[in-house]
Ligand binder design. Sequence first.
Ligand code: ZN
Ligand code: MN
Length: 474
Amino acid sequence: MTVIIGLEIHCQLNTSSKLFCECSTDYRDDEPNTHVCPICLGLPGSLPKINKKAVEYTLKVAKAFHCEVAEEAEFARKNYFYPDLPKGFQITMYDHPLGSHGYIEIEGDEGEKRIQITRIHLEEDPGRLVHKGGGDRPRYSLVDYNRSGIPLLEIVTEPDLRSPKEARKLLNNIRAMLEYLRVFDGDKEGALRVDANISIEGYSRVEVKNISSYKGVEKALMFEITRQRSLLRRGQPIERETRHFLESRGITTTSRGKEVEHDYRYFPEPDLRPLRVKDWVPSIDLPELPIARRDRFMAQYGISINHAKTLTGELKLADFYEKVAPIDPVLAATWVADTLLGELNYRNLSVGIMSPQHFKQMLRLIKEGTITDKGAIEVLRYILDQAANNEPTDEPLLIVERLGIGKTAGEEFIPIAKEVINTNQAAVQDFCRGKKEALNFLVGQLMKKTRGKADPRELGKIIESLITQSNAGA
Ligand code: ZN
Ligand code: MN
């Protein structure tokens, strides 16, 4: 049973002002309805003015995703009545989007694959409704128009995806690309919202709305596939319907009552002129994009393709790597891609929390042999735990001293080594008879007792010399 998935992805463009007025988009913790004006409140008589930056950003994305740009892109009114939309319509694009017929390359389930882009367009975000007073049946709703008019880029794909995993890959690629183009900040609230069309080949299509996180997309799709398959197994029909994803419960639910098919009565927006911007496209310079950067990392730093892919998969991670690479590019790649990233993901933190200065110092301590790999992981965890608690982070050197995990000169371990030798005479005999593995065993015992503070090679040397000494004395 082939699964067919197409996505509609809304991404918030990071312009400093809104799409049709001069209100600031940076509302963060500000009071509701403080970033508003007659235009984004939809007051009668107000007229929209197009934000040139938002158009330029959209053209950048269209170019990067190999889209055709329209001779005349046109805004349209999508009419519907809902309190988050004070005008009674949303200004979006319909028949004439800015970009169309592009593609995005992803690593699909069966190798490299192109996902066709149907269209890319620009539209305004509605306001935000806050439902108050008791769970399932809120008593009243509040509306905040700080978001109203924030520019959204909408990317619609063809139904080319075949699994939730491919959908996640696609989103990761889009996120990386938009961040590289400096038009998007994925860490912002509401930065990304996805609607998914999903069906099992030969059966009705279901639209899942309201997915608002990267992890949510995969979860919602997996749930929906399981639901549709089990309906088929029981011989029940799959209704063509719109369902909502409940992030907290990881399920999709049908909207109560019969979903009304909307008639949005689209018509051209009379207050805005068509955008004749195709001529701009050749003069738009694209920065170094993820694939080019990956190839450069391999050539310039001599790191593996897997490390290069991981490190360039996120703009901030790639920038971080380049800051710490001078200490030792290959060592740095391993520590950033394999260790740091894992520890960050585990704590749900982003790389911005790690100071490149501290990380460089840690790499230097590893390189100079001041700490073992195990010690370095302890340092890293210590710093990330501090950061996660919003505490200022300490320098690695200080942490090494505080935890007493610095590699110390061999002498310190001699008494413990002697103890290990005395209590493991059988292994010592084996070693004297030329069994190399016996030494590893002894080192292992010693490592346990020294809790990884010392380098195993050093310990091996200590044990060997102690055994030789006692043999010579005997
Ligand atoms: Zn405004
Ligand atoms: Mn839309």
